[in-house]
Design a protein around this ligand. Sequence first.
Ligand code: GRF
Length: 203
Amino acid sequence: MNIVVFVSGRGSNLKNIINTPELHDLITIKFVVSNVSECGAFEVARQSDIETIVVREGENHNAINYFQLLEIFDKYSIELVVLAGFLKLIPKFFIQHFSGKIINVHPALLPKFGGKGMYGINVHTTVFNSGEKKSGATVHFVNEKYDEGSIILQECVDITKLNSPVEIASEVLKVEHRILPFVIMKFAQNKIEMKNGRVHILD
Ligand code: GRF
């Protein structure tokens, strides 16, 4: 199955997907796409000889736009779009075209602690200050609103003994690195089903 990964930052999730042995026979990462022209994740992509694409943001005319991206993805039969630390909202037409085929990893337990501005350390600071005893990571389908698509998988982290947002981020990242490749594997095996508005992961 051909997939693409969208990134904006350092690329630890991308690296982790690339290094997950269970995925090697199941998926090929055809492209890594970013809204920024240079980021750590692009370096990760280049080290694995994966082609990088900058998608147009404002006046960046060296970048391609979402219509062109869609043509490229269709040409390469892309079956799954993975958002791994991608910070921009994706246009509606693009999401509709890939309906049910775009997933995101979010570093908190949705539906709480999601939405605009809830990324990076902001999420963990909000969780830390909220007095919650748990945080975690969520993999969910993407719809037109930030962090509101159907939840596919979540795993919790006990944060009662953690002393800072940075400590929470580090523990949550470990969870992200477990659940995102797992969901990609299940997707590639056709073992993710939607029934009565709930997502089921089959054995
Ligand atoms: C992760 O915490 C992801 O959940 C969030 O941004 C971070 C990206 O980290 N949306 P990386 O670029 O994969 O290292």
